[in-house]
Design a protein around this ligand. Sequence first.
Ligand code: MTE
Ligand code: MO
Length: 196
Amino acid sequence: MGIISSGFRGRRSENTALPPGQHETHDFPVLTAGPAPLIPIDTWEFFITTGEGQRYSWSWDDFMALPQEEITQDIHCVTSWSKLGTSWRGVPVDTFFESVETTSDFATAHSFGGYTTNIPLWDLLGGKAWVVSEFGGEPLARAHGGPARLLVPHLYFWKSAKWIHGLELTGEDVPGFWESNGYHLHGNPWREERYS
Ligand SMILES: Nc1nc2c(c(=O)[nH]1)N[C@H]1C(S)=C(S)[C@@H](COP(=O)(O)O)O[C@H]1N2
Ligand SMILES: [Mo]
């Protein structure tokens, strides 16, 4: 022995699940620009509008009737905390798209309260994103986006729009709230796509 490949030399992060520049937290910080909106369940809807002018929508009951998945994923906030192994329950974005026809390549997620964030459709489909209504086996707390938020764990957590209202599909990538304020258009934590 005695031969150590250069890949193993030096100080290694204890947890290989952490993207570069991130540290693990066991808290669940709340990060919201502005006040948390209150959305009564009977007025809640999730919409998808297409570049072709179609509008699809689901009431809370429609949403609850869809097949739900248990999700365990790591989340990474651009402010440098990561939370590993978080558990959620929700509906894959793919499920909503089963009935949607579009040629659009991009989406703007719209939240109740006005927050927006842009995400390529490719990053929302293929089992990579969900609309979730439970965290850790409990209904999602309002501070964390309840009754329902978007979960896009493979991108920085600002893409996981709390109080999700719907997805507006567009032909071009249109910067959302943080993306218009200096954050990266895409936000892949493994490539440290933090700021533009
Ligand atoms: N509607 C809405 N969604 C939002 C935000 C927000 O201000 N409003 N903040 C984003 C940011 S910057 C982060 S880091 C996460 C924080 O989610 P948490 O408060 O559940 O930790 O929500 C994202 N989704
Ligand atoms: Mo954030």
